[in-house]
Design a protein around this ligand. Sequence first.
Ligand code: GLA
Length: 381
Amino acid sequence: MSSISHEFQTLFGHLPEVTSEAPGRVNLIGEHIDYSEGYVLPFAIANRTHAAISRSSDGLVRISSHQRRNNIFSISISDVKPGSKGDWEKYVLGVIWSLGVTEGLNILVDGNVPAGAGLSSSAALECAVAVGLNALLGLGLSDKELARATQRAENDYVGMPCGIMDQSVSIMGKAGSALLLDCRDLSTESIPFSVADAGLELLIIDTQAHHALVDGGYAERRAACESAASKLGVKSMRDLTLEELLAGKDKLTEVEFIRARHAVSEISRVLSTVQALKNGDFKEVGALINQSHNSLRDDYAVSCPELDIAVEAAHSAGALGSRMVGGGFGGSAIALLRVEDLDRARSAITEAFSKEGFKKPRFFTSLPSAGASALLSSKLQ
Ligand code: GLA
């Protein structure tokens, strides 16, 4: 029996009917363009959230987590709607609501994606619950439908206007490959990311910084792109070339123009990165990653001192490319490094952080891992 099934039994007095899991993610390139219908190139990481679920006949939804054992959150299924009570439980409730579940449930989760590190622990939680319920209740939803449902949970229940990238890769990620995702129609292509063969490794640097701007700053960036698109008469940044943007500059505020310049240039950088990966040209991949960081820092203004220092220190240790990942204002950065430079990079970053009086950074590495999966209890034992 898996350890989560065992813990579930101790907590609820019976075995779960389904267990499931879903990973966090890093994004190689394509930042802040999912909500502009762009392309993104994330991969699922090894760290994942596990869920164990069963139906309950009393109309109550009970939620607990391995991290907060002995604390069972409970709510009637008829009260599961936006504005309900709940803290982190809202990520779970949002999924139950967006899938239209009408019966009671017992749910235990065990989150192993570092929270607050910009590695999408929230998407991992949402997706683990969603694939579990999809299997348990025989909903028959496709990967794309599950991605849209979990995004709706976060947008409309949790209240975070995120795009579709994190949930999509958590569900559709493939071991060994980055996922080229077209955020317009959710079509995908697996792009092999075989850094090890090239003597390289992708270092993930958790700056441990979380700046207050996160929610408002994110919504403001999204609004600037939407307003630029509407002023220029296009549906989204995806429909805009750099030439058209330059030609329409006078119709935009300065802020809208630079936000749009990031979005338009980032979309083309993703496609160039895919080409460079297909050519095995990691030098070019590194250069594009660097351009992405500069654009996020200067035009999109979502970086912060910790992220910039991490990136600079990674460069001083020989990184081919380094940039912030995720929403920004804290969280993690990545650095593409030769294996022999890894230790040097960790020390350079740690030293630079200590000199600036920042919190001690944490380091991870991860190869692209598989997306979410669920196992019904008939197959559990
Ligand atoms: C967060 C959001 C994603 C995406 C990234 C930035 O992770 O959840 O939808 O917008 O920020 O690329």
